[in-house]
Design a protein around this ligand. Structure first.
Ligand code: HEM
Length: 74
């Protein structure tokens, strides 16, 4: 409630413009790709950014299997 940004769409509809490197950088540094700005700390990137390369790669590989959905679509 209040000031928290909405959790984003992590299907290709939301982050289809990310490369794997963009994804790793966002989770490690909080920087969105291509000047998209800093992620809020509501997104626990400082914790997730501690994953190893192999772990982040696995999360990314999973996200690539998710079909595109609109926000809120089941
Ligand atoms: C492994 C789990 C997670 C992954 C891979 C992940 C990934 C991401 C990515 C890539 C973005 C940026 C999306 C964009 O550029 O539009 C993002 C944003 C965000 N995430 Fe996560 N996230 C995870 C877990 C969480 C959790 C547990 C929460 C909250 C409880 C959360 C809350 C948010 C919020 C609020 C934003 C938007 C931040 C903003 O607009 O500044 N995320 N997440």
């Amino acid at each position: 409630m209040g000031g928290s940004p909405p959790t984003p769409n992590l299907t290709p509809t939301g982050i289809g413009h990310y490369t794997e490197d963009d994804f790793k950088r966002a989770l490690r540094t909080g920087d969105r790709p291509r000047g998209g700005g800093k992620l809020s700390e509501e997104m626990p990137w400082k914790f997730y950014g501690k994953m190893t390369d192999a772990e982040l790669q696995s999360v990314w590989a999973f996200l690539k299997t998710v079909p595109p959905k609109q926000f809120g679509e089941q």
